[in-house]
Each structure stands twice: as C-alpha cells, then as structure tokens.
Design a protein around this ligand. Structure first.
Ligand SMILES: [Fe+2]
Ligand SMILES: [Fe+2]
Length: 272
C-alpha cells in the first residue's frame, strides 16, 4: 500500500509534509460506522423515568433540548467541514476532509432520527449559530482549522462523555460514545494540519489568528452560559458547573495554541 502513495513532494503545496494528515484520512475511513448500527430497536432513545406526568414532561423536554443543541452543532459542522474541504489547498487534506464532511452528515442524520423519536425539536441556541458564522467568515484557513478542529472539536468530547454517563442504556448514550471517537479524529487531524499550516506561516498569520480568537471568545462565553427555557429550572444549579467548564475550555484552548507554537500573550479572556 505504501508503494502506491505518492511522495509528499509530489502532493503537498510548497513541499509540505502532509503524512500526518493523510494518516487521519485512513484512520477515519476505518472508523466509519452507519446510523443503522445504533441500537434503535433494543434500547430507548433517551432515559426513561417514573413519576408525575409533569416530571416526565419536564425530563423529556430537557433531553429534547440536549439533542436539539447537538443536532444544531452537527448541522453547522457539515457546513464548516464542507468549506474546509473546498478551500484546503493540499490534496491529502482534501481527501481527509471528504471523511469529515461524511462524518458530520452522518452525525446530523443520527440526531435527526433521535430527535424524532424523542418527541421533536426544541429551542435553538442563538450563540451557536453566531459561533459557526465566525468560523465560516474567518479570513484564513489557519483561523478556520484552529477554531473548528483545534478548539471546538476538542472541547465537545467531555460533553459527549457527560451526556453518555447520564443516559446509560439508551440510543443517546451509544451515539455520544461514537461521536466522542469521531470528534477525537477530527481534532487530531486538525492539530496535525494546523501544525503544517503554521510552519510555513509568518508572524502576520499568527497575529491574525489571535485577533480572530479574541473576536470569537465573547460569543463562545455567551454560548457556554446560555440556558434554553427547558433547562432553566436546573440553570441556577448548573451555573457554577457551566462557569467552571468554560474556564477549563478557555485554559485548554490556550494550552493547545501554545503547543502549536503560537504566542498567546495577546489573547483577551472574555469576562463573564
Ligand atoms: Fe459531529
Ligand atoms: Fe466533528
């Protein structure tokens, strides 16, 4: 198989070494699954409870709201992945992005089926739409890969684990476990590609990236602390957790930026 591979000099722009990115292309193809693989007929879609009709209704609304946000995120992820596919100049990266477009489409398909089984869509998070717009409108590929794959794809993973822990024995749990793996691949591929992109980038690209992050972070904080009506009753309870997780996400983002060799001294932390 190795013999069939073209050398990087033939494929990469400016002789870039894209072997790391290509590895994720192969990994993503091996890891692909189908929506029909989920336990649709063996497990309930979302957790089942006993109690008063009011309590049951409230719980259902809560899960519908959780699923709606994830559906919204994956619909936006399809758009972002498609844009990355179309603007990435390197062939290996383009090949890799075909799998990411496919993954995000499959995630959307799964959430659509699940939201139907859970009783229908709930309220959208307005800040999530704004976040995606930041990525889609960003000027450079370096900015888009950083926001989408380095930052978002990494921080969603503990969310999936958290949802899976509180929905044992359901289709939702199974889906979240699969998405944690897929988004691990999306993040890994993004880290590998961003490294290659930044190697050839000058100070100007780096400065623009930090400026883009500073424009993004206030919206990110609003998104992290936003509570839909269905989850307002646990909002006060959860505010502390939300703030703690937001801090952790921001610190993690800074560590990731540093590990890519970026100068983070210009990052302005949002206030909340
Ligand atoms: Fe996804
Ligand atoms: Fe993803």
């Amino acid at each position: 198989m190795e013999a069939e591979r073209h050398t990087t000099e033939e494929l990469g722009v400016d002789g870039r070494n894209l072997d790391g990115v290509y590895r994720y292309y192969e990994l993503a193809k091996r890891a692909e699954w189908q929506v029909r693989d989920l336990p649709w007929s063996d497990a309930p879609p979302i957790p089942e409870y006993s109690g008063s009709p009011q309590k049951l209704g409230r719980r259902r609304d809560l899960w519908r709201s959780v699923i709606t946000q994830q559906l919204q995120a994956d619909e936006l992820a399809v758009e972002m992945a498609t844009q990355l596919f179309s603007i990435a100049p390197d062939r290996e990266a383009k090949l890799y992005y075909t799998t990411m477009v496919q993954d995000e489409s499959r995630h959307t398909e799964a959430w659509l089926k699940l939201i139907h089984e859970a009783g229908g869509m709930a309220e959208r998070d307005p800040y999530l739409d704004k976040l995606a717009q930041h990525v889609l409108d960003a000027d450079t590929l370096e900015e888009k890969v950083f926001m989408m794959q380095v930052f978002f794809e990494r921080l969603i993973i503990p969310r999936f684990r958290m949802i899976a822990r509180s929905s044992r024995g359901t289709v939702l749990e199974d889906l979240c476990n699969r998405l944690a793996i897929d988004d691990g691949i999306h993040h890994g591929a993004g880290m590998a590609y961003e490294r290659v992109l930044l190697e050839g980038a000058g100070k100007k690209t780096q400065t623009r990236l930090i400026e883009a992050a500073n424009r993004l972070l206030p919206t990110f904080a609003q998104h992290a602390l936003w509570r839909p009506k269905a989850r307002e009753f646990i909002g006060a309870l959860m505010r502390e957790t939300d703030v703690r997780m937001l801090r952790e996400d921001l610190e993690h983002g800074i560590r990731l930026a540093k590990s890519l060799g970026l100068d983070v001294s210009g990052v302005e932390m949002p206030t909340f």
